[in-house]
Design a protein around this ligand. Structure first.
Ligand code: V4E
Length: 246
């Protein structure tokens, strides 16, 4: 049984007004920065199924798509709150991650020989927006290199984020303000659902927090990865758009 928690979150653009409210009503619990590396096969076998494998500060995480359960469907399915949020199950145990990734790739008929193709950022970097490519530094340990190459997984994106975190009065609601090093800022209201709690109550908490922050928009806001792919890996981005993953 995988150790799991479900992360429900809503992204937002943090205006000066929103920041003022946040600083007044929330408690700033700190600032940190982290470097993320995301991995996939050359054919995008993971991300095309909405699985996101990343290494953050030496720790592995796999975000897996969550399908709506019967209770959620009975609650009206894709509500407005739902439409603005994402939910992903997180696996953090490396053995569980490897097992899940193996299953996902098997379903796609992978592993296939790694092609020197789309995942290589150098080939996809677009004109003036180019970034320094350091993906060849890759993962640090030999063990990591072994299992990644065994499954034909390569780093396709990496960036550093400076994150300021706040807690709000609502139980378990965290607000993060992220500044990615490629020039994109985004906020997220996040609730981690573990054990007996349900996703509906998480959505309600997020809705209340959004109201408190004065967020009125009803458009889903792109995350850091959306913008990264759009700018630097247009083929990968197009493939995910076509598959309705982004
Ligand atoms: C799920 C996902 C990705 C993995 C990480 O995404 P995100 O939560 O945006 O990153 P971050 O740094 O905030 O992680 P945290 O610290 O909260 O764990 S990359 C792309 N996706 C899919 C996705 C999507 N379909 N729509 C939106 C709005 N975001 C992400």
């Amino acid at each position: 049984m995988f150790q799991m928690s479900v992360e429900v979150e809503r992204k937002f653009i943090c205006t000066d007004e929103t920041l003022k409210v946040l600083e007044k009503t929330g408690v700033c619990v700190g600032q940190r920065d982290f470097h993320d590396q995301y991995f996939d096969t050359a054919n995008f076998d993971l991300t095309l199924q909405d699985f996101w494998l990343r290494n953050r500060k030496g720790s592995w995480e796999l975000k897996c798509p969550v399908t709506m359960n019967k209770a959620d469907q009975a609650n009206g399915g894709q509500s407005k709150a739902e439409a603005l949020c994402t939910r992903y199950r997180e696996i953090i145990d490396l053995t569980d991650i490897q097992q899940k990734v193996r299953e996902v790739l098997k379903d796609r008929g992978s592993p296939q020989p790694a092609r020197k193709a789309e995942t290589e950022k150098t080939e996809e970097v677009v004109d003036s927006q180019s970034r320094t490519i350091t993906t060849d530094d890759g993962p640090k340990t030999q063990e990591d290199e072994a299992w990644l190459s065994g499954m034909n997984l390569k780093c396709f994106a990496e960036f550093t984020t400076v994150r300021r975190s706040f807690t709000l009065e609502e139980d378990g609601v965290q607000v993060d303000l992220d500044q990615a090093d490629f020039g994109y800022n985004v906020g997220e209201i996040e609730v981690l659902v573990t054990g007996g709690e349900d996703v509906q109550s998480a959505l309600e908490k997020i809705g209340k927090a959004a109201q408190k922050l004065g967020l009125t928009g009803n458009q889903k806001i792109p995350g850091k990865m959306d913008i990264y792919l759009q700018r630097y890996l247009p083929k990968h981005y197009e493939a995910l758009m076509k598959a309705h993953i982004l």
